[in-house]
Design a protein around this ligand. Structure first.
Ligand code: GRF
Length: 202
């Protein structure tokens, strides 16, 4: 399965996918694209000989024109799956509709709770005793697509946003490669009525 990954920052989820690929998972990351020129995720790509492309959103007058350029760049690699891995841009519905059932995102909360930003601090402020991460199909609703797999972690006494984020991130690096592998194996799809369907059990 050909994959294109979109990053904006550190790219630790990208790294987990690269590691899985190099350990034999049935997918190939064809390119890594970032809207941030300095994203360390681009450096991770370069270190593994993967094409690392910058598409700086500041070079575009509006969201629609950036998304059109992004879509053209992605389609040049003809991926079967687009993976958002710490990609911090809100995508237009037109862009999302171009990849129906073949674009994934990972979000650091137990969706549908805590869509949006600062999820760890918000969970702490709310007194949650459990938190986690969710891998979902991307739809036009921000952080709202059908959830495929979640990881749960305890909120521990003395946690701050940093310690909680680190505990969640470790689990992100487990569930994201798992879901991409399922998709690459042809076991995972988005049904017509918008539900993830996994053949053959977890
Ligand atoms: C992670 O919390 C991830 O859930 C969110 O972006 C953060 C950084 O991800 N999407 P990464 O280290 O850039 O993969």
């Amino acid at each position: 399965l050909a994959v294109v990954a979109l990053v904006s920052g550190s790219g630790s989820n990208l790294q987990a996918l690269i590691d899985a690929q190099e350990q034999g998972a049935p997918f190939q990351i064809r390119a890594v694209i970032s809207n941030e020129p300095g994203a360390f995720g681009l450096e991770r790509a370069r270190r593994h000989g993967l094409p690392a492309e910058i598409l700086n959103h500041r070079d575009y007058p509006d969201r629609a024109s950036f998304d059109a350029a992004l879509s053209a760049l992605i389609d040049g690699y003809d991926p079967g799956l687009v993976v958002l891995a710490g990609f911090m841009r809100i995508l237009t519905p037109a862009f999302v509709e171009h990849y129906p059932g073949r674009m994934l995102n990972i979000h650091p909360s137990l969706l549908p709770k805590y869509q949006g930003l600062h999820t760890h601090q918000r969970a702490l402020d709310a007194g949650e005793v459990e938190h986690g991460a969710s891998v979902h199909f991307v739809t036009a609703e921000l952080d709202g697509g059908p959830v495929i797999l979640q990881a749960r972690v305890p909120v521990l006494p003395g946690d701050d946003a940093g310690t909680l984020a680190a505990r969640v991130l470790k689990q992100e690096h487990v569930i994201y490669p798992t879901v991409v592998r399922w998709f690459a194996e042809g076991r995972l799809r988005l049904s017509q009525d918008g539900r993830p369907v996994l053949d053959g059990g977890v």
